[in-house]
Design a protein around this ligand. Sequence first.
Ligand code: HEC
Ligand code: HEC
Length: 165
Amino acid sequence: MKNQRKIALVLTITALTLFGVVNLNDSQRFASAQTTATPTPAEFNQADALAKLKEQIKGKEQEPAEKVFKNIQSLKGVPAGRLLAIMEMGYARSLGVNCTHCHTPEKWEAEDKNTKQIAREMSAMVGTINNSLLKNIKNLKSATPTVNCTTCHRGQIKPALNLPN
Ligand code: HEC
Ligand code: HEC
């Protein structure tokens, strides 16, 4: 009886150790893969990232973004080269941020930051303002009155409610 219990204990410890070792190896591998693949925001260089992406899509600039990139939901039909310009000027610059505000560098297709989905919904809101609301205002001077991200954000994450003093 005493011996049986001893054997059971040894077996349990062996199983736990084996299990623990397997887990440890996996998490270590994962951790090292993460540190090499994902630069921290401090190391992020937007010009380099854009240059690398332009190189990757070379020759396919005029193809629709959804054919060139992996996860295009709202900018369908936009030429791939133009999508990068929208990212740089339309999104990053108009909010006063860099790509890392909405993306983990190199994982451009991922949905790991909620700001990315917010941007899609902002884009839909801009569409509604331009295509439905502004069109119904009579006697405007412009033939195509338009707002975009810059109209509200003006280089800030949170649009101002007051003029600066
Ligand atoms: C304000 C948020 C925001 C910023 C800032 C931003 N992006 Fe994006 N990015 C998006 C959204 C939203 C999409 C997906 C668009 C869609 O669904 O049509 C996207 C998609 C992409 C894609 C396509 C990925 C794929 O394979 O599907 C690339 C590449 C990309 N962005 C690069 C950049 C780069 C480079 C910068 C910096 C110059 C940047 N983005 C800045 C919101 C942002
Ligand atoms: C009509 C004004 C308006 C327009 C146009 C507009 N936004 Fe916004 N945006 C806002 C407001 C208001 C907020 C909320 C700020 C807060 O959290 O109080 C916001 C928040 C955001 C945020 C979340 C920022 C954060 O980190 O919390 C993102 C991302 C964003 N907007 C992207 C865009 C993009 C991209 C466009 C153009 C496609 C755009 N916005 C156009 C008014 C606007």
